[in-house]
Design a protein around this ligand. Structure first.
Ligand code: ASP
Ligand code: MG
Length: 412
C-alpha cells in the first residue's frame, strides 16, 4: 500500500465531465489498494475570472485580505464537486478547504508562505478509508484569515502536503504527458524524458514553468518528494522528477531551452576602477529589477564595457537608469536591445564531460549564429543570440546533443 498525493490542475477539472473523469482516475488508484489524497486547482479560467471581478469591485489594487477570501472560492468549488463525483462512484471522500485541513501560512496575503500542515486531520480521513480531497492554493494564517499562495500555487500545496504526509509520490496530473527535451511545438523530434533531477528541472525553468510551478520544485527538492508529472487524459508513465541519485543515466544534455523575455543593455566606455559596477547595479536592485547575465569585458586603456540582461518588461526603466548612472560615471554610451533570446543546454552529465561548451559554440557557428553573451553553471550553458535565430539555434542544438547524443565527447 502506497500513500499517493495526486494533484489535478485547472484544465483537468475544467468542467463537470472532466471532474467525473478525474473521480474515475482517483477511484482506480484507490481500487489498487492505495491511500489517496487529492489536491485540486480551480476550474480552468475560474481564478482569472475571480481576479477580474476583484479588480472590477476594488480597483487595480483590491484589498489583499478580501482578494484572498474571493479567489480562494475557486478551489472550494472543485473540492466539493470532486468529492460528490467520487461518492457517485460508490466511494468515500471528504473535501477540505485550506483552513479545514490546517494549512497554516504566514499572513502575506496573495503570496503567503506555508508554515505547517496538520497532518493528523488528513490522516484521520485516510484511516477511515476515504479519499481526502484538498483545496490547493489556499491556507489560513494565525489570525484565522484565508490566505492564498500566489498564482499556480496548487502545485506547491500538493508538494507540501506530500512532504507532511511523507507520501511515496506526488503525482502532478496535467494536460501534457511529461517534461520534454525541448519545446515540441518548435522541434518535432523533442522527446519525453523518463526521469530528470530536481536540479535540471530548476535550470530548465522556461520549459518546466509551463508544467510545474518552480517554487514547488524547490520545495520537492528540499523535502525529497518525488514528483511524477503525467497526463490526466492519457494512460502511461510521464516524467519522474527526483533526486540526482535516482536518475540512473546522467544525460550530458537533457534539455534545450529558450527564453525570449529578456533584453540586453550595454554601457560602453566606463572606467575600469573599484565601485563602478556597484554604482551601476545598485539603483537597478533598489528598483526591484532582476539582472540575469552580466558580462564585463577585459579593459583596454583603463576603460571597459559592461553588458547585462534584464526582463524585457523592465527594459525601458533599466535603460533610463543605466543611461543616468552612465553619465555620472563618465561612460560613453548606454544602449539597449530587445531583440535577443537566451538559449540554454542543461544536463547533469555536463559535470563530468569535457568539450560540451565548445561543441555548443561550434554548432551555433556552423549555422552562422553569432553569440553575444555566454554564462555557465555546473549543469547549464546559456548564450544570448539575436532573437530571429532562436528556432534555428534550438533545433541545431537539439539535433547535436539530444538526437545525436551518442556522439558525445568522452569523459576525461
Ligand atoms: N487556481 C490558482 C491559479 O489559477 C492556483 C493553481 O491553479 O495552481 O493560479
Ligand atoms: Mg498550474
Amino acid at each position: 500500500v502506497a500513500l499517493i498525493v495526486q494533484k489535478f490542475g485547472g484544465t483537468s477539472v475544467a468542467d463537470v465531465g472532466r471532474i467525473r473523469h478525474v473521480a474515475r482516475r482517483v477511484v482506480a488508484t484507490v481500487q489498487q489498494g492505495h491511500r489517496v489524497a487529492v489536491v485540486v486547482s480551480a476550474m480552468a479560467g475560474e481564478t482569472d475570472a475571480l481576479v477580474a471581478l476583484a479588480k472590477d469591485a476594488g480597483g487595480e489594487r483590491p484589498d489583499p485580505r478580501e482578494y484572498d477570501v474571493l479567489v480562494a472560492t475557486g478551489e472550494q468549488k472543485t473540492i466539493a464537486l470532486l468529492a460528490m463525483a467520487i461518492h457517485r462512484l460508490g466511494h468515500k471522500a471528504r473535501s477540505f478547504t485550506g483552513a479545514q485541513m490546517g494549512m497554516r501560512t504566514d499572513a502575506s496575503h496573495t503570496r503567503a508562505r506555508i508554515q505547517h500542515i496538520d497532518r493528523a486531520r488528513i490522516e484521520a480521513v485516510l484511516d477511515a478509508g476515504a479519499v481526502a480531497v484538498l483545496a490547493g492554493f489556499q491556507g489560513i494564517d494565525d489570525a484565522g484569515d484565508v490566505t492564498t499562495l500566489g498564482r499556480g500555487g496548487s502545485d506547491t500545496s500538493a508538494v507540501a502536503i506530500a512532504a507532511a504526509l511523507e507520501a511515496d509520490v506526488c503525482e502532478i496530473y496535467t494536460d501534457v504527458n511529461g517534461v520534454y527535451t525541448t519545446d515540441p511545438n518548435m522541434v518535432p523530434a523533442a522527446r519525453k524524458l523518463a526521469r530528470i533531477s530536481f536540479e535540471e528541472m530548476l535550470e530548465m525553468a522556461s520549459l518546466g514553468a509551463k508544467v510545474l510551478q518552480i517554487r514547488s520544485v524547490k520545495l520537492a527538492q528540499q523535502y525529497g518528494v518525488s514528483l511524477h508529472v503525467r497526463s490526466t487524459f492519457e494512460e502511461g508513465e510521464g516524467t519522474w522528477v527526483t533526486r540526482e541519485e535516482d536518475v540512473m543515466e546522467h544525460l550530458v544534455v537533457s534539455g534545450v531551452t529558450y527564453q525570449r523575455n529578456e533584453a540586453k543593455i550595454r554601457v560602453a566606455g566606463v572606467k575600469d576602477q573599484p565601485g563602478i559596477s556597484a554604482r551601476l547595479f545598485t539603483p537597478l536592485s533598489d528598483a526591484g529589477i532582476v539582472v540575469d547575465m552580466i558580462v564585463q569585458n577585459a579593459s583596454q586603456d583603463g576603460s571597459t564595457d559592461i553588458t547585462f540582461t534584464v526582463p524585457r518588461t523592465d527594459h525601458k526603466r533599466a535603460l533610463e537608469m543605466a543611461a543616468r548612472v552612465g553619465r555620472e560615471i563618465g561612460a560613453q554610451s548606454a544602449e539597449g536591445d530587445e531583440k535577443i533570446a537566451k538559449v540554454s543546454i542543461v544536463g547533469l552529465g555536463m559535470k563530468d564531460h569535457a568539450g560540451v561548451a565548445s561543441k555548443m559554440f561550434r554548432t551555433l557557428a556552423d549555422e552562422g549564429i553569432n553569440i553575444q553573451m555566454i554564462s555557465t553553471s555546473e549543469i547549464k550553458i546559456s548564450v544570448v543570440i539575436e532573437e530571429k535565430y532562436t528556432e534555428l539555434a534550438v533545433r541545431a542544438l537539439h539535433t547535436a546533443f539530444v538526437e545525436n547524443g551518442a556522439a558525445e565527447p568522452k569523459a576525461e
